[in-house]
Design a protein around this ligand. Structure first.
Ligand code: AHR
Length: 486
């Protein structure tokens, strides 16, 4: 037995915030138009939404969805997207070099959120937009006083406030590609002033600052200035990344877990360090506001990635990292939800659940209320810049109400089953162990419009009792193991 997973049910790291299962929808190519909103489709309902897409999104149980961008938001004026559709202006979208028709906007997005049981998370334009637009958007959405903006919302048939709780200020402001790129100093000032006014309009909102997406310098300075200048306004610092396997090197791709670990523990340390230095008590969490795999496509091709099994393993490793960092990672938003770099791809007659849909679905379904500090040892491998990386990537949660243990195990071996013993420090597994395995013929297997189920989930059970369980994890697989514990 070369691998061992040690579980102590009392080693609780933190409560797990279900907001790690968030999504992101941007006005970009086929995400909003055709993906979410497609009034010309024979499959669409009376609001132009496709029930098959809504059902697939509901299955992922996303607690919140970030909108409307992304790079798009840095040139967006929310007023263009409200009111009678035939009076809305078409505008040039300089982020994606497109014409934005504005036939889908704030109210349509919020209605869509209600239909898929999710909270809207709106990002204000801190690129070419100003703080007046930002505070007005908060007032339009959440205001209750009798003002021009709340009357405008009522005129648009929304008598009740939308109560949008999560608000981001700007997107990837640290990237030179962004409309309205900002230096660390400029952004800390902008965040402070935007945030102050937005909270004066509605003190109950949570604010998300644009943190790091360009991991090439000034990381510490950005975090430091934000916390020093705006700690009383700041609820989350938003960080973004995308990974890829351009070199077609499976072992190297499987070590992205190490980069995620370095980045999360680095940002955690920076937040803690600045708070310690300045005597700040307030909780400031990490939001991983965009994350996924992108490398095959680019803007000119619409960034519609077709995902394979190895990408699904990378998605699972992200969730494992978010669980292991549950104390600080309190939100994450997979980018995106439909068509663009997404778990769901539509075509005129239906949709396909991409490989990455399945780990998302399983983690979201089985994650418990508390993140456990699980320890594991075993076989190792080398890839990219890393050596001695454990073949298994593991995380665990406990559902404190139902006393259900969930273990999440990625076997990163391309060819070998990982024979493993799971040991509880105390207590026992009871009843049967439910195993849900995501796998396919090989690491390059994809789900496509013509072959939709090449990678899926297999459900099996094992009898369980006592403190140990021996089993083998299949090569290139993600397994979620669920068992009652006493
Ligand atoms: O999700 C696609 C794009 O990637 C987003 O617009 C931007 O924020 C990121 O660079």
């Amino acid at each position: 037995m070369r691998n061992r997973i040690y579980v102590n049910l009392e080693n609780i790291l933190a409560s797990l915030d279900r907001n790690i299962f968030g999504g992101f929808a941007e006005h970009m190519a086929r995400c909003v138009y055709e993906g979410i909103y497609d009034p010309t489709s024979p499959l669409a309902d009376e609001n132009g939404l496709r029930p098959d897409v809504l059902d697939a999104i509901r299955r992922l149980r996303m607690p919140l969805i970030r909108y409307p961008g992304g790079n798009f938001v840095s040139g967006y004026n929310w007023r263009d997207g409200v009111g009678p559709r035939d009076q809305r202006p078409a505008r040039l979208d300089l982020a994606w070099h497109n014409v934005e028709p504005n036939t889908f906007g704030t109210n349509e997005f919020i209605q869509f959120c209600r239909l898929v049981d999710t909270e809207p998370f709106l990002v204000v334009n801190c690129g070419d937009g100003d703080m007046r637009e930002a505070r007005d958007w908060v007032e339009y959405c959440n205001g209750t006083a009798d003002t021009a903006l709340t009357r405008l919302r009522r005129q648009h048939n929304f008598a009740q406030p939308h109560n949008v709780r999560y608000w981001g200020i700007g997107n990837e402001v640290d990237g030179p590609w962004q409309i309205g790129y900002k230096t660390p100093q400029e952004y800390a000032r902008a965040f402070t002033e935007f945030g102050k006014l937005m909270k004066w309009v509605d003190p109950s909102i949570k604010l998300v600052a644009s943190g790091i997406s360009h991991w090439e310098g000034a990381v510490l300075e950005r975090i430091r200035l934000l916390i020093e200048q705006a700690s009383d306004l700041l609820d989350y610092i938003d960080i973004h990344w995308y990974f890829g396997n351009r070199a077609n090197d499976f072992a190297a791709f499987m070590t992205v877990s190490e980069i995620i670990e370095e980045r999360l523990s680095g940002i955690e340390g920076m937040i803690r360090g600045v708070k310690l230095d300045r005597g700040i008590q307030r909780d400031i969490s990490i939001a991983v506001g965009e994350w996924n795999v992108i490398y095959r496509t680019d803007e000119t091709q619409g960034i519609e990635e077709i995902y394979n099994l190895e990408d699904a393993l990378v998605i699972a490793m992200h969730f494992n990292a978010f669980i292991r960092h549950a104390r600080s990672v309190r939100m994450a938003n997979i980018a995106q939800i439909v068509n663009m770099i997404a778990p769901i791809r539509t075509h005129p007659n239906g949709l396909v659940l991409q490989t990455i849909f399945h780990p998302f679905d399983l983690y979201s379904a089985h994650c418990g209320s508390a993140a456990l500090d699980v320890f594991w040892t075993g076989d190792t491998f080398s890839g990219g810049d890393y050596t001695g990386v454990r073949v298994l990537d593991v995380a665990g949660t406990l559902n404190e109400a139902t006393r259900e243990l969930a273990l999440f195990v990625v076997n990163r071996s391309q060819h070998d089953t990982a024979e493993t013993e799971i040991q509880l420090a105390a207590g026992a597994l009871t009843g049967s162990v439910e195993l849900y395995t995501v796998n396919g013929a090989d690491i390059k297997t994809e789900n496509t419009f013509s072959a939709t189920d090449e990678v899926g989930v297999r459900h099996t059970t094992l009898p369980a009792s006592g403190r140990t369980l021996s089993l083998g994890f299949e090569p290139h697989s993600v397994t979620v193991l669920v068992s009652k514990v006493q």
